[in-house]
Design a protein around this ligand. Structure first.
Ligand code: HEC
Length: 114
């Protein structure tokens, strides 16, 4: 009986936490466009003149949220009022759904100039 109780006390909250870290990539894309992230980071997170590449970011969800709330460089901060943690989790899912950069050897034109 005790073991069953322990399951509810320990396992269930853990499962619930795992669930809420699953973002909705489709909504993430919408928010990414609406909040103008694309303006600096490119519509598919490929990076641009003003922003770093974000597709397949090496950050985890918490790291991304922390960064966006308190950027270290030339990026404007986005407070909770503008962008909720859930919306940032969705953006994270979107960024993780994007294709990674190609390896140089997979770009034929680069092979030609070797
Ligand atoms: C005005 C341009 C601009 C906008 C708009 C912008 N960013 Fe950035 N972002 C930057 C720049 C520049 C950096 C690189 C940090 C630096 O200045 O060194 C950056 C860095 C980041 C990083 C850290 C990347 C890494 O791997 O360290 C994340 C994550 C990020 N931006 C997410 C976002 C999200 C999400 C949005 C929209 C809510 C957004 N940014 C909007 C300019 C922008």
């Amino acid at each position: 009986m005790k073991k069953i109780l322990l399951f509810f006390v320990i396992a269930l909250p853990t499962l619930a936490a795992a669930q809420s870290s699953n973002g909705n990539a489709e909504n993430g894309k919408r928010v990414f466009m609406k909040q103008n992230c694309y303006y600096c980071h490119g519509t598919t997170g490929q990076g641009g003149r003003d922003g770093a590449r974000l597709a397949q970011t090496a950050l985890n969800v918490q790291g991304l949220i922390r960064y966006v709330r308190k950027p270290t460089g030339g990026m404007p901060a986005f407070t909770e009022k503008i962008l909720s943690d859930q919306e940032l989790t969705d953006i994270y899912a979107y960024l993780k759904s994007l294709p990674a950069a190609k390896a140089p050897k997979d770009i034929p034109l680069l092979e030609q100039i070797r």
